[in-house]
Each structure stands twice: as structure tokens, then as C-alpha cells.
Ligand binder design. Structure first.
Ligand code: TRP
Length: 334
């Protein structure tokens, strides 16, 4: 039996941090190694253009994210890893879907509605700063998914609506033109959500992240900045309210976690706990960090891997797009 196709995109803005690693990258790579699914992972760099108009940032983030996934051991033989912008079939499909997608569906998109609401609160025009890219972003995302007949799409909770919209578009298309697309389903794993330096969810938008591949000294400095309470050495500390403990747990074996729990009860000093946390994280990521730096220094490697991925992806996308074009009446004249 053919393996089930699983697909997910990573918007290429920002630098990967420990929260991305624990919540998304680590589980995805582990799955790619199990080889149970036919997995598609891609850099959603067209989506990045919705969020950022800074070419250097878009470019750099794309490189860093690609290097991160490869350094951490993504298996690009058993999975298909590519850059969205290397697969022009996706934007063509996006237009065709735009022509079957009701405008009203896009009016209901959370991302668009949030922008409008923020404008209204500020007394601005409701559509101030809203591009058509933001407005129709779920259509591009539907094209990403439907292009490859993905049946499962692992995403965060905030993305569920977009998968439902992709289903809607697929259904509408199938209804108008005959069975063409598989109806995708969102898979929302309740993966670990890591807290950041200030105790809130680790997120780029809060500016409280610990980037994954910081040089050692900087990693240590960041870890030292994790917020703690004022309990002195010798005073027992509560593991439940501690970001230091939570991050520890995300990297430790069960035995190491039990050990740290005991140290908290025994009143370990915050400085010591952070020192041990740094050593734990560093020992986990040092080998990957070395590969990461080597990949970024090599001017060819990323391009070669991604071009190969794009070829694999396009070998699937081309026949699909041909079928879609034919279905809608775009065919050669005879
Ligand atoms: N919009 C998604 C996010 O911001 C990224 C994404 C783009 C995606 N295309 C996709 C995710 C297709 C899953 C499938 O997280």
C-alpha cells in the first residue's frame, strides 16, 4: 500500500529558536527518519513575502531555516524537501484556485480579520496595510497542499482554519470539474509549547526567544537571562512554575528530569541550575551546530540539496497541474 502523504510548510521569517525546535522541527525530523509517511517539507518563502518586504531578511531566514533542518538530520532521501519558490506550478495552481474560491471565504480568514480589527481599534481605514497577499494567503496555502494530494497536514492550532479552507476549495473544484484533489485534514499534535525568557510562550513576536544555534557563549548568556524568582540557594524551588525546569525537561531523559526535580527540592541555586541547563542543551545541539555552520559556509550545498528536492517535487507537480489545466479547459487547440 502506498504510504500516506504528509505535507507541511515552514514560513521563512526569523531565526529558528528552541521553541521551534522542541515543538516542530524535532518531532518532524524524527518522523522523517521513521519513514512511515511519504513526507513533504518545504520552505514557504512566497508566504514570507506577505510578512516581510526586506529582501536581505527573507533571503537570510530562508538559508538559516534550510540549514537548520539539514543540520538536524532531516532525511532528504525518504522525504521531499524543497523551496516553494522553486516550484512555479504552485503559483499557477494558486491562480486557478483563486478563481473558484469565494471572496466571502477569505473575508472570514483569521489573519485578515485580525489585521482589520487592529486597524479599527486604531481608527485607521479597515484595510490599511492589508495586501492582497495577506488577504488571499489561504489560497496559496491551499495550492501548496492540494498540488501534492497531501492527506495529512501537521500544523499549529492557528492554522486549522487554513486547512479547512483548503478542503473547501478542493471540494468546490471537484464539484465543478470532477474529482481532482484529495481533501486534506489538519493534524494538530499537542506538542510541547516551550516558555521563553520572560515566562510567556517562546515566540519571535514576544522577543523572548533563545535562538537554536547561538555560539556557546551567547547561548549561555541567553540561558542566564531566563526569568526566575528571588528564592535563595538552599530554599526549595517549585518545578511547576519554573521556565528553567520546563526547558530542562524538554531536553532531558526521564532520569535526568527526576534528578533535577530532586535538586529543586533540595534548593539548588538558580545560577547552578542555569549552568547545568546550559550544559545539557549545549551537549545536545553542539554536533548539529557544527554541521549548521559548515553548511552555511559551503556556498553550494544548500542549493544542490534544494534543487534536487525541487526536481522531486516538480515531478509530482507537473502532471497534477496538467490535469488541472485540462479539467478547467486550458488545453492545446487541435
Ligand atoms: N502558513 C503556515 C504557517 O505560517 C506555513 C505554511 C505555508 C503551510 N503553506 C503551508 C503549512 C502548507 C502547512 C501546509 O505556519
Amino acid at each position: 500500500m502506498a504510504k500516506q502523504r504528509v505535507l507541511t510548510g515552514i514560513t521563512t521569517t526569523g531565526t529558528p529558536h528552541l521553541g521551534n525546535y522542541v515543538g516542530a522541527i524535532r518531532p518532524a525530523i524524527a518522523e522523517s527518519k521513521r519513514g512511515e509517511f511519504d513526507a513533504f517539507f518545504f520552505l514557504a518563502d512566497y508566504h514570507a513575502l506577505i510578512k516581510s518586504h526586506e529582501p536581505a531578511m527573507v533571503h537570510q531566514s530562508s538559508r538559516e531555516i534550510a540549514a537548520t533542518w539539514l543540520a538536524l538530520g532531516l532525511d532528504t532521501d525518504s522525504s521531499t524537501f524543497y523551496r516553494q519558490s522553486d516550484v512555479p506550478e504552485i503559483t499557477e495552481l494558486s491562480w486557478i484556485l483563486t478563481c473558484v474560491c469565494a471572496k466571502g471565504l477569505m473575508n472570514r480568514s483569521h489573519a485578515y480579520k485580525a489585521a482589520v480589527q487592529a486597524n479599527e481599534q486604531n481608527g485607521d481605514d479597515p484595510d490599511f496595510g492589508v495586501t492582497m497577499g495577506l488577504f488571499s494567503y489561504p489560497i496559496l496555502m491551499a495550492a501548496d497542499i492540494l498540488m501534492f494530494n497531501a492527506s495529512k497536514v501537521p500544523v499549529g492550532r492557528d492554522q486549522i482554519q487554513h486547512i479547512e479552507m483548503a478542503r473547501d476549495m478542493a471540494q468546490r473544484f471537484n464539484h465543478l470539474y470532477g474529482d481532482t484533489f484529495v481533501l486534506p485534514e489538519a493534524v494538530v499534535d499537542d506538542v510541547a509549547v516551550l516558555s521563553g525568557l520572560d515566562g510567556r510562550k517562546m515566540s519571535k513576536s514576544y522577543g523572548n526567544t533563545i535562538p537554536l544555534f547561538l555560539p556557546e557563549k551567547k547561548l549561555q548568556k541567553h540561558i542566564n537571562k531566563i526569568k526566575t524568582n528571588l528564592l535563595e540557594p538552599g530554599e526549595p524551588k517549585n518545578t511547576d512554575e519554573s521556565t528553567v525546569f520546563e526547558v530542562w525537561q524538554a531536553f532531558a531523559t526521564p532520569a535526568q528530569t527526576a534528578d533535577m526535580r530532586q535538586k529543586f527540592a533540595d534548593g539548588i541555586a538558580w545560577g547552578q541550575a542555569k549552568k547545568e541547563l546550559f550544559e545539557l542543551i549545549n551537549s545536545h545541539i553542539a554536533p548539529a551546530r557544527e554541521r549548521y555552520e559548515a553548511i552555511l559556509e559551503d556556498s553550494q550545498y544548500l542549493e544542490v540539496v534544494l534543487k534536487k528536492g525541487a526536481e522531486k517535487a516538480r515531478s509530482q507537480a507537473a502532471p497534477m497541474l496538467a490535469a488541472v489545466r485540462k479539467a478547467v479547459g486550458l488545453a492545446a487547440f487541435k
